[in-house]
Ligand binder design. Structure first.
Ligand code: KIV
Ligand code: ZN
Length: 517
């Protein structure tokens, strides 16, 4: 390994596995594929695509991602059991580069209460699971769940056994986000210096953010020799989430003077990935979130603005362009043609089929008629919306709402296409959204419960498109529906219907309930 290789950090993204385990963040196959392709494009080394034993849906997602992703390693998670490992091996089989990530708890608390296993049995399972996994791929990662609360001697024995059995990456998770940076760095150093065969594997860290220290702990670990960081887009993940990839890579880039490491991430793709994950999951990014928050590069106070005008470096430690945040560009107008529209899509990174381009172009013309100024964000919302509705069984045909002081109660008239039947009705409700949603329920009766209704303006101005997320839950399954339109009520009904379409797909597949790691 050259000196440069020794300083290369492997970026392991687990948005589709740990990230998806956040309550409410479940994604369908199509959405997972879209995220996987964006992760591949941005240069992620390893994509943890799911937990194949958890459900048929998880298996299918890992399997499909393994078929299409070429430039990143595709990884599946497995507990230390034959069933998990064989299912995982099946799922990742089509991948050009595949990894099995197998784990078992090693802390006294987890071994006693969760596993109800003696430490010596856990140690045997480490060897058994890694040995089995190595029959299917040369790239095996072993994780010590609750590693940061594991007794050091026992942790070192487990790591040594895993490497001896063939593990090529050893992951030490701070599963419950309990560690602090000096302590975590010391633990990683201890493992590196006390496991005799440690030179035969890469050491990885997987930090949760319960104390807001996931990124700090990951970077502290790198400073003492960890060479893989597990992270997620927007810091999605169990409870308070995982280390945010955008923060990890921008810290490494911006403070390369003190952290002279390399990685393969094209940071200009960060904003696109963040936006996609947020739209798909309905988890909006807080405005003051580092790197990807709406205000991350905004300068409000007069003193700061004055400084910025004189020299951007006064208040900006990285450029917005470096994370793919270009100044909102006024794009095409209502006189722009198909060719310019297609060029714009390519510029924004969309590669959609001719029919989808044609539909999106028609919608762009409608939008340009309604809205004075059309920005990149408008085009992105419009195309995302088009992609979302590609296979819908239920769709909205027309909607009219009567509301305001003269109309009490508000009334919605809705026309919908349900599996080819055109149906219509009028419904009232406690406010226009309630009236419209009641109308949807009249035309398509269902038991799903509304868990989230969220509206965002895509750009500034009162003529901005509204981007709506509706989260529905049915029999323990959660789906997120999205839509965008200049009319907030139209976007709301379309988002609701989009969620119902996703529930229909889930019902058809009737996957067993998911496990979580
Ligand atoms: O947090 C954790 O310990 C995990 C393991 C499965 C790596 O997610
Ligand atoms: Zn985790």
């Amino acid at each position: 390994m050259s000196n440069t290789d020794k300083n290369r950090i492997v970026i392991f993204d687990t948005t589709l596995r740990d990230g998806e385990q956040s309550p409410g963040a479940s994604m369908n196959l199509d959405e997972k594929l879209r995220i996987a392709l964006v992760l591949e494009e941005m240069g992620v080394d390893v994509i943890e695509a799911g937990f194949p034993i958890a459900s048929d849906g998880d298996f299918e997602a890992v399997n499909e991602i393994a078929k299409v992703v070429k430039d990143s390693t595709v990884c599946g998670l497995a507990r230390a059991t034959r069933g998990d490992i064989e299912r995982c091996a099946d799922a990742i089989k089509p991948a050009d580069r595949s990894r099995i990530h197998t784990f078992i708890s090693t802390s006294p608390l987890h071994m006693k209460y969760k596993l109800q296993m003696e430490p010596e049995r856990v140690l045997e399972k480490v060897t058994e699971s890694v040995t089995l996994a190595r029959n299917f791929t040369d790239d095996v990662e072993w994780s010590a769940e609750d590693g940061s609360r594991t007794e050091r001697d026992f942790l070192c024995r487990c790591v040594e056994a895993a490497i001896k059995a063939g593990a090529t990456t050893i992951n030490i998770p701070d599963t419950v986000g309990y560690a602090i940076p000096v302590e975590f760095a010391d633990l990683i150093s201890h493992v590196m210096n006390n496991v005799p065969n440690m030179d035969k594997a890469i050491i990885s860290v997987h930090c949760h953010n319960d104390l807001g220290l996931a990124v700090a702990n990951s970077l502290a670990a790198v400073s003492v020799g960890a060479r893989q960081i597990e992270c997620t887009i927007n810091g999605l993940g169990e409870r308070a989430g995982n280390a945010a990839m955008e923060e990890v890579v921008m810290a490494l880039k911006t403070r390369n003077d003190l952290m002279p490491y390399t990685n393969g991430i094209k940071t200009e793709n960060i904003t696109k990935a963040s936006r996609l994950v947020s739209t798909i999951t309905g988890f909006s990014v807080q405005p003051n979130k580092a790197i990807v928050g709406k205000n991350a590069f905004a300068h409000e106070s007069g003193i700061h603005q004055d400084g910025m005008l004189k020299h951007a470096g006064t208040y900006e430690i990285m450029t917005p362009e470096s994370v793919g945040l270009n100044k909102s560009k006024l794009v095409l107008g209502k006189h722009s043609g198909r060719h310019a529209f297609k060029d714009k899509l390519a510029d924004l990174g969309y590669d959609i089929g001719d029919n989808a381009v044609e539909d999106a172009f028609k919608r762009f013309k409608d939008l340009a008629d309604k809205k004075k100024e059309v920005f990149d964000e408008d085009i992105m919302a419009l195309v995302d919306d088009e992609i979302l509705r590609a296979n819908d069984r239920i769709s909205m045909i027309s909607l009219e709402i009567l509301c305001g002081t003269a109309h009490n109660p508000p009334e919605a008239s809705l026309e919908m296409n349900v599996d080819g039947d055109i149906k219509s009705c009028k419904s009232t409700g406690d406010g226009p959204v309630d009236a419209a949603f009641n109308a949807v329920k009249n035309l398509f009766p269902h038991e799903a419960r509304l868990q989230l209704y969220q509206v965002h303006a895509v750009t500034g101005g009162t003529d901005a498109q509204a981007e709506v997320t509706v989260r529905l839950e049915e029999n323990g399954r959660t789906v997120n529906g999205q839509a965008a339109d200049t009319d907030t009520m139209v976007a709301s009904v379309k988002a609701y219907i989009n969620a119902l379409n996703k529930l229909l797909v889930k019902r058809e597949k009737s996957a067993p309930s998911a496990l979580s790691a």
